[in-house]
Design a protein around this ligand. Structure first.
Ligand code: ZN
Length: 430
């Protein structure tokens, strides 16, 4: 694009700030809360009806058979596609339409989407209806300028990201919607700050360790075998053998914040013995615990192998079984996500970084996310490595009370997305 045409595109988007705000408000006012997965169809239709007049063909796809899909809460997704004037790559913008429940602590109505002090407030403004609105208006401005665009542009609104994406991007990826030759580049406008290009995320292994014991009267613990004491031995082994080994490992992943540039292990919960509160208000029964469960959250770097990490945990537990009389355990998988990272020199990364430089006048930070998002499905199921997350909003505000998105950030990110899409479609990536 010539500098002059770029200037026109950027001015066009600047002039559409009110449209971005209005579209964000319209999306936020549909309370598409997940779980349980409400109003997906309404959100999908808002997006479809908006894009159809601009020459997009619209497909509504219900993820039948996905977890949670039922007549009361059908998992609807929308994919809009517009063919260009000639052959070329397909640039796809994907946003999740579900939001988490508002929770407590709001000082404003969470689904009114009020504007105040240059911000739009409400559940989903930041994560990530504001980003989706910015992407849509960015693409509309690009189309409305009238220049012939090669390739194709797709915009999707998908569900269930907040619960793992199984009824959204994963379901679609399994059916070829996120693979070549249909799609070449994917930009997910998740809230990662307007000057940061996110190329991937760490992996996750959630598991549950259960230690077993033998019940007995609390006054004669020697007649039983305490599952809680066995769990204490597990935790001691984690302290001694696992945590020290996690620190100081080098990684190619530029995770933000830097504290997450190592593998991490969190103990989410420990439950053993009788409930500690008697429902009738009395004291709980004095018993030796016959079972204790610990749920952990292990985050993996791109250099780590999931099977190896699991084998190490099992070896730690087997070691205890050999050393410690009576030690018996069960290890269960609750959730696993492999890490994903797009190579930093892929066109989609370069195009977004160059656009950040052009719009904001500074270098983009290329980062990875400590948590996961739908990139895992595009990479691992769709086998498409050319995916980034880039969008407005401050990640720390996601899922918080009084969530908001800055209007100026939405406008800036829309400019970045329009320039990046244009560069990718026309092959003008520097
Ligand atoms: Zn999100």
């Amino acid at each position: 694009m010539t500098a002059l045409a770029e200037d026109r595109l950027l001015a066009e988007i600047e002039a559409r700030a009110d449209e971005i705000v209005a579209l964000t408000q319209a999306l936020v006012r549909i309370p598409s809360v997940n779980p349980p997965g409400e109003y997906y169809r309404d959100c999908a239709e808002l997006i479809g009806a908006r894009l159809a007049p601009r020459g997009f063909s619209i497909e509504y796809l219900r993820a039948e058979g996905a977890p949670g899909d039922c007549e009361a809460f059908p998992r609807w997704n929308v994919i809009a596609r517009r063919e260009g004037a000639s052959a070329g790559p397909c640039v796809h913008f994907n946003g999740h339409i579900d939001v988490v429940a508002p929770g407590e602590g709001w000082t404003r109505p969470p689904f009114e989407a009020g504007v105040e002090g240059g911000r739009v407030y409400g559940r989903g403004t930041c994560d990530m209806k504001g980003g989706l609105a910015a992407a849509i208006v960015a693409v509309e401005a690009l189309i409305d300028l009238g220049a012939a665009l090669p390739g194709a542009i797709e915009i999707s609104g998908t569900g269930d990201e907040e619960s793992g994406g199984l009824g959204g991007v994963a379901w679609l990826a399994q059916r070829g919607w996120f693979s070549r030759p249909r799609v070449d580049h994917v930009i997910i406008p998740e809230p990662l700050n307007v000057d940061r290009v996110c190329i991937g995320h760490r992996g996750v292994w959630w598991g549950e360790i259960e230690t077993k014991g033998r019940i007995a009267h609390g006054s004669m613990p020697f007649l039983g075998d305490s599952a809680i004491r066995h769990m204490a031995a597990v935790m001691e082994a984690l302290e001694r053998e696992v945590w020290p080994a996690l620190d100081g490992r080098a990684t190619a992943m530029p995770v933000e914040p830097p504290g997450a540039r190592t593998p991490t292990l969190n103990i989410n919960s420990v439950h053993g013995g009788q409930p500690d509160v008697d429902p009738a208000g009395g004291l709980p029964a004095p018993l030796v615990a016959d079972a204790c469960r610990l749920v952990f959250d292990r985050r993996l770097l791109i250099e780590e192998d999931m099977d190896e990490v699991k084998a190490q945990m099992r070896a730690l537990l087997d070691g205890l079984a050999q050393r410690r009389p009576g030690f018996r355990y069960a290890l269960r998988d609750l959730l696993e996500v492999r890490p994903s990272m797009t190579e930093p020199d892929r066109p989609v990364v370069l195009a977004a970084s160059e656009a950040v430089r052009r719009v904001l006048g500074r270098e983009a930070a290329v980062i990875c996310s400590p948590g996961t998002y739908d990139q895992k499905h595009i990479d691992r199921i769709g086998a498409l490595r050319d995916c980034i997350a880039y969008g407005p909003g401050i990640l720390d505000l996601a899922h918080q009370p009084d969530e908001y998105v800055e209007i100026a950030d939405m406008v800036a990110s829309a400019k970045v997305m329009a320039l990046a899409a244009h560069a990718l479609l026309t092959g003008q990536v520097r």
